[in-house]
Each structure stands twice: as C-alpha cells, then as structure tokens.
Design a protein around this ligand. Sequence first.
Ligand code: FAD
Ligand code: EPU
Length: 347
Amino acid sequence: MKSDTLLESGYRVTEAADLSRRNSFHVPARAQWLIEVGDSRLLPEVFGLGAVKRSPLLILGEGSNVLLTRDWPGVVLMPVMRGIRILEDRGDAALVRVEAGENWNDFVHWSLGHGFAGMENLILIPGSAGAAPIQNIGAYGVEVREFIETVEAFDRGAGCSVRLDNADCAFAYRDSLFKREADRFVVTAAELLLPRRRELRLDYAGVREELAAMRIAAPNHVAVADAVMRLRTRKLPNPAEIGNVGSFFKNPVVPSTLANELRRENPALPAWPGDAGQCKLSAAWLVEACGFKGLREGDAGVSERHALVLVNHGTATGEQIRALAQRIVDTVQTRFGIRLEPEPRIV
Ligand code: FAD
Ligand code: EPU
C-alpha cells in the first residue's frame, strides 16, 4: 500500500503509525497501517485496497475508550470527516447531522450555542461524535439514544453505506448493536433531533447541589452545562494530565433480589432501581470497598479521586493496566460474587 502523508485524496495512509498520542491512556502501541478517512464516500475505495482486505481492522476515534495492550498487526481506520449542519428545522426542534470526526464536546457547545436543549448533561465527555452511538454515551441522567434519529454507517458486511434508525441500533446502558458487532459498521455520521425546549434533568446526585453552590436558583440549560462541567472536572482525572479512559468498569445490573441481599450486608452500597426487577449497583463503591482506590502498581493505578478510573501515571503499558483490571475483577468477584465487566474496548 502506498504511504502518503496528504489528505488530498480524501484519506491518508501512515505506515508503522505511533498510537501512543492517539489513546487517552497514553500507552505505547503501533499500527502497521493507520488510515484517516476524511470523506465517507471513499470508504468503498479504502476497503478495496489489498492491504485492507487482507489485514485485521480496528476502528479508532479519539481513543478515549480503548485499552491498547499490543501493537495492531493490521489497519487502524480513523473516520475524520467533519461538519455539523441543520438538515431540517421543525421550529420546536431541528434535525442536526454531525459527521463522525467532529469532537463530541465541540458538538455539545455548538448545540448550546445554537439554542438547543438537552445536550447539557453530556458536556465534556471526551471522544468523537462517531463513537457516541457505539456505547450510547451517557452522563448525569441522560443518554445520547434519547436524541439519535439515525446513524449512518458503512456496513463492511454488505459493502455499502446504511442508515440505521434508533430502534435498529439496539441501544442499552453503555451498549448498542455497534458495540456488539465491533468493527462491522464504520459510523460516518449521526443525525440527532435536538429540541429547543426540554425539561432540565437535575435528579442525578450532585447536580442540584452544584447549582446551589453556584448560587443559581432558576437554572437554564447553559447553567446545567456549567454545573456538569464543574462536577466532572472535580471528580474525574483529566486525561491530558494523567492517562485514563473514564470509568473502566460498567455499573453491574443485577436482579433486585440479589441487590437487596448485598445491601443487607453492605447498607452503604449505592443501588439504583431499573426496569424489569433489575437494579444497577455502583461499581466504584465495590472497587473502593476492596481497597483499590488510589492503589498504584508501578505506573498502573486506580485514581485516588474515583475508584472506577484506572490510570497511567506515566510509563505503564496496556498489558500492565489490563493485569491490574483483572485483579480488581477477581477481587470484587471473590468478595461480592459480582463479575465486573470492562467498559472500554480492550484491544
Ligand atoms: P474510541 O475510544 O476511539 O473508540 C471506542 C470504541 O468505539 C472502539 O470500540 C472503537 O472501535 C469504536 N469506534 C470509535 N469510532 C467509531 C466509528 N466512527 N465507527 C465505528 N466504531 C467506532 N463515556 C460515557 O458514556 N460517559 C461518560 O461520562 C464518559 N466520561 C469519560 C471521561 C473521561 C475522562 C474519559 C477519558 C472517557 C469517558 N467516557 C465516557 C468514555 C469515552 O469518552 C466515550 O466512550 C467516547 O464515546 C469514546 O469516543 P472515542 O472517539 O474516543 O472512541
Ligand atoms: N463512588 C464510590 N467511590 C468512588 C466514586 C464513587 O463509592 O471513588 C460511589 C458514590 O457513592 C457515588 C456513586 O459511586 O455516589 C456514583 O458515582 P458517580 O456519580 O461518579 O458515577 P459512576 O456510577 O461512578 C457513571 C458513569 C460515568 C458518568 C457518571 C455520571 C458508568 C460506568 N460510569 O459513573 O461515565 O460520567 O456516572 O453520570 O456508568 C464513563 O462511562 O467513562 C463515565 C465516566
């Protein structure tokens, strides 16, 4: 495959690409080929390249939810197409299209700046807009599935571009069709229905308190965005300063009967009732109860600010972080009988 440093052709190929600055854990890894694609219409051509057909493929956005444990012996494909535009203005709401390579937080700022409501709780989530549907990003009581009308993707199985509506995407807590069938669909754009008015979501623990601390008695969407930014900045380590991918484990969803049993022995364990007799437990609490918060093994560790956030203090490898994660899983399983599942993709 010809190595080329320009994006003139709509895509750029780099051989033996360094990925250490392209993953927010900042662990060392290389890709045999890195292909940045700036125009989704070129995906059929890219997938027709001999090396792409023959090699294993990994799709990468901004790398804020992956743990790279080794070099990638094939092609890493990065969708970098840009653009945000209103497709249809319905007065009370507008259908907005965001290309996969836009930064998610920039999109949230764009939406608030254009007078749309709803994205404020999802502010400051790192990563690309194209990755937002993959795990149905969520924070402070809101998930992106509440807004997504259509996801446009290149289906490698079918060899063509497809449009999936919200129901096709099978969104669930930190899950979707795209996560279950990893690397089958290259998400190229998402279309979201953004309302101009929406009831504020203030029920998530800490939001009202933060607004009160800001002395805001009658908040609007922008004030909620400010409160969420303040909370996130305080609670989560900044990946620019210390490598991390946010929560390393999902909050386990268990039958309420089991949650009640655990809470009889551990009354402080936070639990949130869900649908169909299920209950979501706090993974952070379980990890902290096992003594891992702030622990450090070489440069791999658990944040002292948040027990669910694994961190790279400097020179940890992906394999060292993975080993620590495994020790946490085993310890929580032995003590509480709950098997934590990783949230990021482990490569
Ligand atoms: P990557 O890390 O590059 O990729 C993640 C997965 O998506 C991989 O499996 C990859 O193959 C796939 N993928 C990426 N782009 C595409 C595409 N265009 N098409 C197909 N597959 C693709 N997440 C939350 O939900 N809520 C939070 O509150 C939150 N807080 C975070 C806080 C911090 C400090 C950090 C570092 C992460 C946090 N995350 C959170 C996780 C992360 O921000 C999201 O998962 C984000 O959507 C990842 O985007 P990315 O572009 O970095 O994806
Ligand atoms: N807690 C502890 N120890 C800690 C931190 C938290 O015991 O060190 C307990 C506290 O009782 C706290 C509860 O856990 O009340 C919940 O903590 P927090 O509000 O920080 O939320 P979380 O469940 O840990 C989830 C998401 C985050 C998202 C926040 C806010 C998952 C796996 N994580 O974290 O998403 O930002 O809620 O909505 O669902 C991510 O996905 O990467 C991510 C950061």
